[in-house]
Design a protein around this ligand. Sequence first.
Ligand code: ADE
Length: 305
Amino acid sequence: IDSNIAEELYELPCDEEWEINRAQITIREQLGEGAFGLVMRGDAVGLTDMPSTCSVAVKMLKADATENELADLLSEMDTMKEIGRHKNIINLIGACTQHGPLFVVVEFAPHGNLRQFLRERRPSEYQYNRLSYSAASLTIRDFVSFAFQIARGMEYLGTRKCVHRDLAARNILVGEDFVMKIADFGLARNVRDLEYYRKTTDGRLPIKWLAIEALFDRVYTTQSDVWAFGILLWEIFTLGGSPYPGIPVEKLFDLLKSGYRMQKPQNCPSDIYDIMLNCWDENSTNRASFTDLRKQFDSMLSSMA
Ligand code: ADE
């Protein structure tokens, strides 16, 4: 009887303001697979304030989802409604809650996640050897622009009292015109059950983004998001590198406590490395705020025009 949470056994409340007629959405290929659900690309027709047909991303439960997973997806949708719209976040478009499985419809980001995006733009051996420069190669100014946009999105989430808890390049999506969009900010994260040793789908350990106080005391605040932002800056300037390469998790606790921090990436300007080091200050109150960070990157952009 409880075997089909993903289908229509549960009657969900209908929010007229956000309800989308399922006939308007055609599910296409899979984009991603999360802890409890799937993200599919969909084609949507006749959405208000959208082109006549457009791509959307559709979050849904897997066939074997539990009641708790349904509750989490509903809670994520409600959080997205409460947070409101911003250019630098993945915005909610609406939902199909009636006459079939729950679809949470969000903006589609055509360039995928920032980690992959950066890795695909690493100069190839060919380019090194042949001195050929593709038009698509990224500049320091592009990196500063990415950092500025992410800081601006995080500043907005902060004003809405949202702590992300998993800020990383894998959770930034790259939209039309290379607009940076923070994803998965609405996830209900059970911090107590956090599995430190569970790897992400790309084999990396999320604990390598955790602030020292989150790691030791499970204290998650906007200032622990700032630490993660420092790691994300490091990911940007290494074109999608894996933080603390070769360092096992068991070593990380003692290393960080003893004051060890990652080195300056090659080709990273020292003023930007100074920002990383400030994000990784042991004392969370010494770290810049996202407003400070947004302003710093904005003034760097002006000076690089
Ligand atoms: N993968 C997961 N969510 C996505 C989205 N909104 N757009 C593009 N790819 C995604």
